[in-house]
Design a binder for this molecule. Structure first.
Ligand code: TPP
Ligand code: MG
Length: 326
């Protein structure tokens, strides 16, 4: 199979008015948290690692909007938009990020990789980037064996696609037609290594051909295009036809983590400017007054969540030994 590129006015597919508003609301809610965290860390610093996803919100919200509430999600480390769009509350997510005990991992957090809510399919993550390929394939096997029609969405970055875990999982998943959708957020960087030095091919999606699955390239700044590509891939997975590899082309607006000075980088973006901003692009589809109101509500939700979370307790040493196997 060859790689297809979806772009242009038809790439966005059909969307109803209320779904469009829900989608805009989620992009706006993620953006509000991104800006809030940026501001907070600038003023107060941060004990853990925050990998900002500013500018990549449209991929996260767009792809997740194509999932059913009982589908599974393995998120990547860039931002917390994936889990927010799947239904986790900003209070829980920030509690995890700030290591507060009411968070979903009881205060063990301190970074994006630590939150989980199996009730709504948010499956957490392994301790290393790229472990989701094999964990996600395992969940796909269980969905298939149990005879459910649930789908597993696995987000990852361009750099993570270099892991051997990608290739071993992709081979098995394509042969066994597991119900997976791989969504690569190609932001051009793996920490300080540009894509040209990581990959012999320009497109990550080109690798799909080796596994006999569709490879689809989509504009990651176009939320509706990401949603449409994911809808198609989800339908294919649900019908038992196996995985699809979607590559959403985007760019990393901020540093690898907040505080990264990025001395290695020549394509630096000015501060918080988002080139081809997915929020603005989607906003063109929404009446201005409605969009203003949604943005205002999103900011208020984020502010209130942070205030609530900062008043929550952090755990003592006992947190470390709670919930572990031995
Ligand atoms: C197995 C493993 N190797 C290296 C790291 C360190 N590491 C964390 S993020 C990252 C880069 C990931 O790049 P990419 O997948 O493109 O995601 P992005 O940060 O650009 O969103 C690396 C190398 C890790 N966490 N796990
Ligand atoms: Mg990257």
């Amino acid at each position: 199979m060859s790689t297809r590129t979806k772009r242009g006015p038809d790439a966005g597919g059909e969307i109803g008015d209320s779904e469009l508003l829900d989608l805009y609301r989620n992009v706006s809610r993620i953006r509000a948290l991104e800006l809030l965290l940026n501001r907070y860390i600038e003023e107060h610093g941060f004990g853990g690692f925050w990998h900002p996803g500013l500018g990549q919100e449209g991929i996260q919200a767009g792809a997740v909007s194509a999932l059913r509430s009982d589908d599974y999600l393995f998120y990547a480390h860039r931002g917390l938009g994936y889990a927010l769009a799947k239904g986790m509350s900003p209070v829980t997510l920030l509690a995890d990020l700030f290591g507060r005990t009411p968070g979903s991992v009881g205060g063990k957090g301190g970074g994006t990789v630590h939150f989980v809510d199996p009730e709504i399919g948010v499956m957490g993550q392994g301790g290393t980037v790229g472990s989701s390929f094999v964990l996600g394939a395992g969940v796909g096997i269980s969905a298939q064996m149990l005879g459910t029609d649930k789908v597993v969405a696995i987000f990852f970055g361009d750099g993570s696609s270099a892991r051997g875990t990608f290739h071993e999982a992709a081979l098995t998943a394509s042969v066994w037609k597991l119900p997976l959708v791989w969504i690569c957020e190609n932001n051009g960087w793996a920490i300080s290594v540009p894509i040209a030095e990581q990959s012999p091919t320009e497109n990550i999606a080109d690798r799909a051909a080796a596994y006999g699955v569709p490879g689809v390239i989509v504009d990651g700044q176009d939320t509706l295009a990401v949603r449409a590509a994911t809808e198609e891939a989800v339908a294919r997975a649900r019908a038992g036809e196996g995985p699809t590899l979607i590559e959403a082309k985007t760019l990393r607006v901020r540093g690898h983590f907040e505080g990264d000075k990025q001395a290695y980088r020549e394509d630096l973006v000015d501060g918080l400017d988002v080139p081809r901003d997915p929020l603005k692009i989607l906003r063109e589809r929404v009446p201005a007054e409605t969009a203003d109101r949604i943005d205002e509500e999103a900011r208020a939700e984020a502010d209130a969540a942070l205030e609530e979370v900062l008043a929550m307790p952090t755990g003592g040493e006992d947190v470390v030994t709670q919930g572990v196997w031995v």
